[in-house]
Design a protein around this ligand. Structure first.
Ligand code: ADP
Ligand code: MG
Length: 704
């Protein structure tokens, strides 16, 4: 990561050079200079150009060698071939930070890639804080810095925005100018040769001018640093992000269900969620949330009260609330009585409070004050349909009044566009988010409530897992030595035992006689499974027989299974069969697995097991280590959770037993880095206990 001091110099430069400044309007090297001047920059500004003498009234410095030493920031707008040399020279003169707007690097083929790598190495060596290359630049309006070639000067604000896409920066800036939204910091990251989103999160977390952090990212390269910074930032302020581009990287050849299903997108989702980052899918929501978070206090509970002058929109809001984590606040008897005192008899006194179509601003104000006084109300949404009777602007004032008086979060939804425009602007200027329709309003309030929950959640606790890593290692080392990446059930059971995982009683039988003896000992019915280090999908070769009720069935199954397997896999070594205790009827099958994500490390997966996993895709993901709470949540997050809870009088499965298997799996993922994928499929669970009835481990053999 970049040096802290240099990062400060980057955002608050006292001396700035524009290397490649141009006198020709329209050229990038001119726009940057003009933008710096236009932003009211008060430090020393040096255009660098070997040919000109004065640009925009500023004396021009002929070369980098003529610049003062220890410059805070150099903005480089040079042809790509001479960028590296310029940076070397700047660094040698003690320049603390740089912005390279020039394109044609990593994004443009091998030569560009090589040059960018050298830039990255230069930064790593010197600690220079470098933005880009291939970026739009950076704006810190409060410090009078606009070191970008963007069109237009955004105002000051409390929202920070960084983006990997320069095009998105341009669009957002234009939108912000139209909406009168200001920024605390505005950063176009470009190719991220040095400064990346983790640096931004670290800086913005400590930046007193930033209340909300927004980010657009396409990929994260240093997952661990990113997560650490995101987690730290989310404890202080909301971090809202759009992640674009679902890569196909995760879909490459995988030997387990977990591998096939768990892609990069799931890893991002899990990483964001566990760090506390609020993930959104579109730019409109990004800014809706930014405005809500930067202006309103967090709701301290789920109860939403709605005051409206029309029925339909009120119902729509109640529906949206119903689909969210919010609840329509139950109003107290006292509140209802107070409303009845002044509202017409045909009004609705329960939430949504419908003060009907002829409501004027005074009635709005009275109703809002009464509702806001109810201690059971945590947030308020004011709906206005522009009927003929309604006093739109005056109602906006009433909303502002209540918001200031109550101290509770207040949101407005003035429906429509033309007639409500002035009121909407008035509300936004007063720091009340105003929406055109109820759904996005509810979404914003819900996100704020969830962030409240996140901020106030107890510190994570981790389950103790008793285990014998040395014992588990033996099996793994053995396979590593033999360069066999697949550890099948018959051998992986030893790893399960080393981790104290509950397994069905199992014995290895080498002959049908041994199989019968084992079954007699275990008790009928039993399951027989092919035991071969070379057969990892046993059912595929007809290698599993369940519900074998007596000795004859066992002996017959042994002969069938081994003969068939040998026929289908002629070069497989067949050790015999596993004779296994059969789980009782009515057990449910779940799958618990993990896969290592290249960026974020081991990612656990939980879902309903059986043959339909890959089709139903009803699975949840979390990154290791999982806290106790994560283990509970990962189970609740699947749609079939209801099935596990038991339908129609059926008892719930033993969730505690599953939780402990999940915790053990998480522990295993951290203990055994050679294991690339692991899968317990199925784990058989009923109301009494859970058994790991099959296991497959896939190793990562270096150099393969
Ligand atoms: P595969 O290698 O084909 O995945 P499994 O060991 O998972 O083989 O067995 C296939 C299926 O047989 C399981 O999904 C489960 O439905 C059933 N099964 C396996 N072991 C048991 C057991 N001990 N008790 C009950 N059913 C079992
Ligand atoms: Mg299986």
């Amino acid at each position: 990561m970049t040096d802290k001091e240099n990062l400060h110099a980057f955002f608050h430069p006292e001396t700035v050079a524009v290397v490649g400044a141009s006198a020709t309007p329209g050229k990038v090297g001119h726009t940057i200079l003009a933008n710096m001047i236009g932003a009211g920059y008060r430090g020393r500004l040096h255009p660098v150009n070997p040919k000109a003498e004065v640009i925009e009234g500023l004396p021009v410095v002929p070369s980098i060698a003529d610049l003062p030493r220890g410059l805070d920031l150099a903005v480089v707008a040079l042809p790509r071939e001479i960028v590296l040399a310029a940076l070397e020279e700047l660094a040698a003169r003690g320049c603390k930070s740089a912005i390279v707007v020039t394109a044609g690097f990593k994004e443009a083929g091998r030569e560009g890639y090589r040059m960018e790598k050298e830039i990255a190495e230069l930064c790593a060596r010197t600690g220079m804080a470098l933005l880009g290359p291939n970026c739009l630049g950076m704006i810190n309006a409060a410090a009078g810095v606009n070191a970008s070639f963007a069109a237009g000067q955004p105002g000051k604000g409390s929202i920070a925005f960084f983006s990997q896409s320069g095009a998105l920066c341009v669009a957002i800036l234009d939108w912000a100018l139209g909406e009168n939204v200001g920024f605390s910091k505005f950063v176009s990251l470009g190719n991220k040769a040095a400064l990346d989103e983790a640096d931004m999160l670290r800086y913005l977390n400590e930046d007193p001018e930033t209340k909300v952090i927004l980010g657009y990212i396409e990929n994260v390269e240093h997952g661990e640093t990113f997560l650490a910074q995101a987690r730290a930032a989310c404890l202080n302020k909301p971090v809202i992000m759009i992640k674009a581009g679902t890569t196909a990287a995760g879909a490459k050849a995988a030997s387990s269900h977990t591998g096939a299903i768990a892609g990069a997108d799931q890893a991002y989702t899990a990483a964001f969620h566990q760090a506390g980052v609020i993930r959104v899918n579109d730019v409109a929501t990004l800014f809706n949330l930014a405005q809500a978070f930067s202006t309103q206090p967090l709701p301290k509970g789920p109860n939403l009260a709605v005051v409206t002058n029309s029925g339909g929109p009120g119902i729509l809001t109640a529906d949206a609330a119903d689909r969210s984590r919010l609840t329509m606040a139950p109003l107290s008897t006292r509140t209802v009585q107070r409303l009845q005192e002044f509202l017409p008899s045909y009004a609705a006194f329960y939430n949504p409070v419908d003060i009907v179509g002829d409501a004027d601003a005074r009635r709005y104000r009275q109703a809002l004050d009464v509702v806001a006084d109810d201690p059971m109300v945590h947030s308020i949404l004011v709906l206005l349909t522009p009927t003929a009777a309604v006093q739109i602007e005056e109602t906006a004032e009433a909303v502002i009044h209540t918001a200031r008086r109550s101290g509770k979060p207040v949101f407005a939804c003035f429906m429509g566009r033309t007639r409500v425009r002035a009121a909407r602007e008035r509300l936004m200027a007063a720091g009340i988010p105003c929406y055109a329709f109820p759904e996005p309003a509810v979404k914003s309030i819900e996100a704020m409530y969830e962030f409240f929950l996140w901020k106030n959640r107890p510190a994570p606790q981790y389950a103790e897992v008793e285990r014998n890593v040395t014992r588990a290692r033996k099996v793994i080392d053995e396979h590593m030595r033999r360069r066999e990446p697949e550890i099948v059930e018959f051998e992986a059971q030893e790893v399960l035992r080393a981790y104290g995982l509950p397994t069905p009683r199992t014995e290895l039988a080498r002959s049908s006689e041994e199989a019968v003896a084992a079954a007699d000992g275990i008790g009928y019915p039993v399951v027989l499974k092919i035991a071969s280090p070379h057969i990892s999908h046993k059912s595929d070769v007809g290698g599993v027989a369940v519900n074998l009720g007596d000795a004859d069935a066992v002996a017959g199954a042994f002969r069938d299974i081994t003969a068939r397997a040998q026929r289908m896999r002629q070069d497989a070594y067949i050790a015999g069969c596993l004779v296994q205790e059969m789980a009782p009827e009515g057990v449910k099958e779940v799958i618990i697995g993990f896969k290592r994500d290249e960026q974020f490390g081991p990612m656990l997966m939980f879902g309903l097991g059986g043959i339909y996993v890959e089709i139903m895709k009803d699975i949840a993901f979390k990154l290791a280590p999982l806290s106790r709470r994560d283990a509970v949540e990962i189970m609740r997050e699947i749609k079939s959770y209801m099935l596990l809870k038991g339908l129609r009088g059926e008892p719930a499965v033993n969730f505690a037993a599953l939780e402990s298997i999940i915790a053990t799996m998480s522990r295993m993922a951290l203990d055994l880095p050679e294991v690339w994928e692991a899968e317990f499929n199925p784990v058989l669970v009923n109301d009494e206990r859970a058994l790991v009835a099959d296991v497959r481990l896939t190793l990562h053999l270096r150099g393969l």
